[in-house]
Design a protein around this ligand. Structure first.
Ligand code: ADP
Length: 415
């Protein structure tokens, strides 16, 4: 079955999906595939879904279209089976992919290494390059590549575009991307700072300029992407000049389950004195640390609940989390010299007014402050939350990585 046809033809002006067709965005993980069919012009998700527990007997598929979610359970043997199930659901419950006129499939790829500074039209050479970069992202790139391979097999008539999480940070100045490590060793093994969440930082910093009606080139911005993973960036005139994640997404801010910045000697200490293997320490730092390691919970909603009950560990975790955030805001102020806008985004940044207020506490002398009434509550739209007197704007801007990937894919395909 090949439900996608008509590549290169214009869809009917009267199509329910608009005159520009749609983009299927795929985010393929090691045991899951997330997808969204996006209208790249209007920006809305036409349909979306998730296949979980790939490779297990109790796989779960959920597909949402027109406000209804269809769920299926059963064994999903591999990524090919997962994508076949998804295409089957498009056939069965809609939307019809032929009518939706899929003009491109956009794939999220975590690590583009030093090779990819732009989205790439996928061919065998691109697949090979993604594979070559895999030692830098052993958990992510192989799974991303598997998704690309099966999607190209099942949807051979549509262009496939790889959009890299690192690409926006390919502009980091050498002084920001270089670790002070023996340069021969670093060069031989690709050890430098690459940065991640780039699609989100680029989308949000661009959106800020559009919302304010300002030229992107005139704005110095700090973007705080606070989800389960979290990263900060400094963006000068639309160009990324600093970011908190490094060789991998482990560096930088305190995250749901990751340490963020840590003295690398902690690893030697645990290896030599606690008898932990490198793999065990990797797992400890990536999955059992951060907010979860400090309080037992990685979700800030739970942490606020525990704090309200008087839980000292939760209070301590929140203190460490916001201390690191303030430290990065101050550091990026020094990097930029002048900051026009600080923007919060992603699950925590968009929804958590307590974190936003604490992160900006005590920064009045830098011109950064929060208006409590403007800050209150969850934000579904771009919102200014700083008081009128503050020279630096503080904003909340919801991110939309799927739409950003869809638009980058269309831009590449349509030239
Ligand atoms: P990711 O894409 O990295 O998995 P998200 O951007 O979806 O993460 O963010 C998930 C996190 O957002 C949750 O772990 C939780 O801490 C936080 N979050 C979501 N909703 C709220 C809320 N209403 N209040 C506070 N935090 C929230």
């Amino acid at each position: 079955m090949n439900p996608v046809t008509g590549v290169g033809e214009r869809p009917s002006e009267h199509s329910a999906f608009g005159a520009h067709g749609s983009v299927l965005v795929i985010n393929s993980g090691s045991s899951s595939v997330k997808y969204q069919l996006v209208n790249p012009v209007g920006g809305e998700a036409i349909a979306s879904g998730l296949v979980e527990r790939i490779g297990e007997d109790d796989g779960i598929v959920s597909h949402t279209f027109a406000g209804n979610t269809t769920r299926r359970t059963g064994a999903v043997s591999d990524h090919g089976a997962a994508l076949r199930l998804v295409l089957g659901l498009f056939d069965e419950v809609g939307p019809d992919l032929e009518e939706a006129h899929v003009v491109a499939v956009g794939h999220r790829v975590v690590h583009g290494g030093a090779v990819f500074s732009e989205p790439a039209l996928v061919d065998e050479a691109v697949e090979h390059a993604i594979e070559e970069i895999s030692p830098l992202a052993p958990l992510h790139n192989p799974a991303n590549l598997r998704g690309i391979q099966v999607a190209r097999e099942l949807l051979p008539d549509v262009p496939h575009v790889a959009v890299f999480d690192t690409a926006f940070f390919s502009t980091l100045p050498t002084a920001a991307s270089t670790y002070a490590l023996d340069r021969v060793v670093a060069a031989e093994h690709g050890v430098r700072r690459y940065g991640f969440h780039g699609t989100s930082h680029q989308y949000v910093s661009g959106k800020v300029a559009r919302v304010l009606g300002r030229r992107l080139g005139d704005l110095n911005q700090i973007v705080l992407h606070l989800g389960n993973g979290a990263s900060a960036s400094a963006v000068r005139g639309g160009v990324a000049v600093e970011t908190s994640m490094g060789l991998t997404p482990l560096e930088g801010l305190v995250m749901g389950t990751r340490t963020g910045d840590i003295d690398p000697a902690v690893i030697f200490h645990l290896h030599r004195n606690a008898g932990m293997s490198v793999d065990e320490i990797d797992e400890l730092l990536n999955r059992r640390s951060g907010l979860k390691g400090l309080s037992g919970e990685n979700d800030l909603r739970e942490i606020h609940r525990l704090v309200a009950e008087g839980d000292d560990d939760a209070r301590g975790a929140l203190d460490v989390y916001v201390h690191r955030l303030r430290k990065y805001i101050g550091a990026y102020y020094a990097v930029l010299g002048r900051v026009d806008v600080v923007t919060f985004t992603a699950g925590v940044g968009e929804n958590d007014d307590i974190v936003r207020a604490l992160a900006c506490e005590g920064l009045q002398n830098l011109g950064i402050a929060i208006d409590p009434a403007r800050n209150e509550g969850r934000k579904k739209q771009p919102t200014i939350i700083s008081p009128d007197w503050a020279p630096t704007l503080v904003m909340v801007v919801p991110t939309n990585e799927e739409l950003a990937i869809a638009r980058q894919a269309v831009a590449l395909v349509e030239g």
